[in-house]
Design a protein around this ligand. Sequence first.
Ligand SMILES: NC(=O)c1ccc[n+]([C@@H]2O[C@H](COP(=O)([O-])OP(=O)(O)OC[C@H]3O[C@@H](n4cnc5c(N)ncnc54)[C@H](OP(=O)(O)O)[C@@H]3O)[C@@H](O)[C@H]2O)c1
Length: 299
Amino acid sequence: MTRRILVTGATGTVGGAVIDLLAGASGLKEIQPLGAARSEDSAERLRKRGLMPVHFDYDSPDTLRPALKGVDALFLATGYSVDMLVHSKRLLDAAKAEGVRHIVHLGALAEEDTPHAHFAWHQMVERVIEAMGFSYTHLRPNFFIDTVWAGFRQRPDRVVHFVGDRKVSWISSDDMAAVAVEALLHPERHAGATYPLAVEALSFGEIAEVLSEITETPVAYRPRPASDLLPITLKQGMEQTYAASLSEGVTAIEAGRMPISGAVYDTVQTVTGRQPIGWRAFAEKRKGELTSAATASAR
Ligand SMILES: NC(=O)c1ccc[n+]([C@@H]2O[C@H](COP(=O)([O-])OP(=O)(O)OC[C@H]3O[C@@H](n4cnc5c(N)ncnc54)[C@H](OP(=O)(O)O)[C@@H]3O)[C@@H](O)[C@H]2O)c1
């Protein structure tokens, strides 16, 4: 029997990597990966990658149950907004009603008694998943390499951040996807597990050094005080409750009040059996994007 697996956030950073890997793995005929798409534009982007979209919009609750028909396992990703709470609740209610068995939840790494809202919200979503009786695998990634890389692609002569000289720990979307897909394909092996995901700890100064070596051009680290982050994220359009929490979390890291932010784990090796991707390997693999980005911006 074919197992349907729904990937939410399929046009985003992590969900995108998850569905691509799942589609590759599911040359296996018994797996049918479905990519959540809230608009025709998103659906078309998925089709162009050879993926099967389903209409799914967290803000139109009527779309959730139809998207979950016959779905056996779900990758639950939400965005950078306090709406993640209501979005997660709606999706879990719909998943329960449609008989979904296993949930792989994209959360975030933090101390269990974290005072910071967006980390606490992710932990509360985990508790709801458990209380509702789903089989589950909780992913708790730390800083995404991809997010900083996306900014670096725009300005490949510098990295800007807000945590001073602190070492923080990193994970790529490819490694998150590898762990997620393993849990989606083999729920029986990963049910009840919580996987912190962070494969190396580097300061932004050290990241700038790695990028200088890989690109063979000087890359500077421009540290800015954590207090600068909130107005910047608001200007970029981030929803304000989430932005305020993000800013508080970064302030705590800058001040050394969040020791877990530098922690490293062997979960990627343990779960996938392969070596994880650190900053150096990531930049080496993706450096071709810098030339194409520079060419595009020069046009
Ligand atoms: N960045 C980090 O360093 C970091 C670290 C730890 C944890 N996290 C967690 O990672 C998560 C974000 O993951 P990401 O970076 O992969 O996200 P992302 O790249 O911003 O992607 C968001 C996805 O959600 C979709 N989406 C947005 N609104 C939607 C709606 N109303 N209905 C259906 N889909 C909707 C988007 O679709 P469209 O393409 O249509 O917009 C997109 O596919 C957050 O929960 C965050 O807390 C991030």
